[in-house]
Design a protein around this ligand. Sequence first.
Ligand code: RB5
Length: 149
Amino acid sequence: MTLLIASDHGGFELKQFLLQRLRAAGREVEDLGTDDGSVSVDYPDYAAAVAARVAGDSSVLGILVCGTGIGMSIAANKFAGVRAALAHDEFTARMAREHNNANILVLGGRVLDADAAWQMVQVWLGAAFEGGRHQNRLDKITQLEQARC
Ligand code: RB5
């Protein structure tokens, strides 16, 4: 499973923290920027960099971080096949995978404690999609994408 991570300036500090933790834990992760938290950048550019590679490739997962997580969520979910979930705590991180099969975890760098965010990442990576009735619901989301409503 390939793991990608990206942030804007608002999520830079947390991204760097998570990168360090992931790599220290032996996890390979590809950093798609931003590379300088002191420079204001546009979160849709980073959401697109990750979402374009996650869309349609079930072997790729992504983590996106902006200030609140809201902008990254909105942008990433424009890509068909992307299920980007803005999580707030360990419970929502687990549900994002078990119920929503989220292939991108979105975090708010300005609203989350870094250690709590790291716990959330581990929970999300370790959880498994439950399928069943949840797959039916994801199929309906796919139908919405195809209907372009
Ligand atoms: C950047 O100032 C901020 O708007 C961005 O990081 C994010 O919170 C947007 O949703």
